[in-house]
Design a binder for this molecule. Sequence first.
Ligand code: PMT
Length: 382
Amino acid sequence: MASSSSAAPSGSAAPAASATDAAGFSAADFFDTQTPPPTLAEHAAAVREFVERHRGKRRVVLVTSGGTTVPLEQNTVRFLDNFSAGTRGATSAEYFLSSGYAVIFMHRQHSLSPYTRHYSHTTNPFLDLLAEPPPVSSSLAFALRSRLDSSNDESGTATPGASMDAIRVRAKYTEQLLPVLRAYHKAQRAQTLLRIPFVTVSDYLFLLRDVSREMQLLGRDGLYYLAAAVSDFFVPRTKTPQHKIQSGKGSLMIEMDQVPKVLKPMVEQWAPEGFVVSFKLETDPDLLIPKAQAALERYGHQVVIGNDLALRKQEVVFVEPARAGSAGERAYTHQWLRLSELYPNGTHTGGKGKGGEVEIEEDIVRELSTRHQRWIEQGQRQ
Ligand code: PMT
């Protein structure tokens, strides 16, 4: 089962952050009545430490990625899910890291992650990259195991040169694997990647609130890149049965409440100085720009990136309010990024995609990094 994301009605007036949404839940009501994830305080503490480590040294981005679920039972057997493999978020996180950002990667548990995304178990299984080891007799296996045990240090890392020759990467894959492995270790050494998992829409919203509040200290150096596909409807805790819903009683009727839109309190209260970028997914390309403008009108943030489901890997549109100086009615600008126009006739070669193909996230991140820098400089002039 899958619930689809719907857009905010265009042109309607912005509701106050504490106002009740059409179906009953304001953001404040939601946080007062729903259960926070048990790890919330632990994750908030990790973000606090991360922000302290990087503040003043580099810009920090929160990347949200993957779909949220809506459990239909408290002991969950069934749930509704939102479409997203986490490709956009995981790929963008890698480009943010290589552009010098520290990244808080808030992602759906088990969805794609930076670096490991290149080795999805279905499309590029990691074991296929490794050469088949020579057959081992049981005595040789015993000797090999002893050598590995004795050469491991306390952290469990094998000492190079011991029995590492027993496991080899196939020659044809080393070229592909090396840059990924190097980038991964660079991020590990610099501690520039913090991962925070979520599963349900409720986990997501509590984490988004608390992570954003912890990032407030960063002021304009904080970028918020909201690529997750968030459920629009949910079943409140008081209406979620404890046990598995029993079948055999005919059709199942589920009444869902609307999830409050949290971009408004995010922009006004949780991250008032941050550079906030949301995504808008549509299947009708004609709706992308009007819906993106309606979101900017409603929430007052900095950029909406519109993407059409079928073309999202080839083109996106950046929509933002027109710069100060344009008097009168609110105006918006839009700019398309299209791989076909950026790299006509394959002028970009050696991309980081699986087959060496170009990834549009590289251009999205480059463009956003420039716009974020402009936002920081505007703040310095004020
Ligand atoms: O992972 P992939 O398979 O690569 O797919 C990537 C993607 C297509 C899912 C991604 O690029 C994308 O478009 N994500 C946003 C999907 C969407 O349209 O979400 P939405 O309409 O539910 O929300 C729009 C924005 O409002 C989002 O940025 C969200 O953070 C925000 N929102 C949503 C729900 C909610 N209750 N409060 C919010 O503030």
